[in-house]
Design a protein around this ligand. Structure first.
Ligand SMILES: [Zn+2]
Length: 180
């Protein structure tokens, strides 16, 4: 973990994906297109934007920052977005796919019933049929599929773990029982 008291020194150094380092959580962000920021911030916040260019998206689950541009000290909080940000939400509904409406709960429910999820196939099919609009619907400004794939794998792993859990048998009676 990073030391929160440490002074930021590499904020403006772009990471491999072209994003900057979030000054609040110190994790690297990913560059987002201007149209994503313009489409998803609340109207109130939009009129106060210095610029919509050059923002990076922070994807750290517990960080309140959504978009940031360190060089001009511009930060957009989670609360300034008109949509819920799936990676920063655990409560329902936590969106996974913004174009076709998949949530974490929908994947969880399907995995619980069937052991897997049709989300990736369904989204891929619909993308082929109608195209998607990730750039203006997904806060990351990118295709949701890698996130959906990761979440399905995570949900399946969690379900498998739950199923393999054997109820623990308390053996305190034995260990606490005075020796005869
Ligand atoms: Zn952050």
């Amino acid at each position: 973990m990073t030391d929160p008291t440490e002074q930021p020194c590499s904020c403006c150094h772009p990471d491999a994906a072209g994003g900057q380092i979030c000054r609040v959580c110190r994790n690297p962000g990913t560059l987002v297109p201007a149209i994503t920021v313009e489409s998803l911030v609340t109207p109130d916040r939009r009129i106060r934007l210095v610029s919509s260019d050059g923002f990076s998206a922070c994807r750290t689950p517990n960080c309140q920052v959504t978009y940031f541009a360190n060089e001009r000290n511009e930060y957009i909080d989670k609360a300034d977005l008109a949509v819920r940000i799936g990676v920063k939400e655990t409560d329902d509904p936590a969106p996974l796919c913004y174009c076709f409406g998949w949530t974490k709960r929908m994947v969880d429910d399907e995995v619980a019933r069937t052991g897997t999820s049709s989300a990736v196939c369904e989204i891929t099919d619909r993308m082929r049929a109608t195209g998607c609009a990730c750039e203006v619907t997904n806060p990351s400004g990118r295709c949701c599929l890698p996130d959906v794939q990761a979440y399905v794998a995570h949900a399946a792993e969690r379900a498998a773990m739950t199923n393999s859990l054997v109820p623990s048998t308390p053996d305190e009676h034995q260990t606490l029982r005075p020796r005869s």
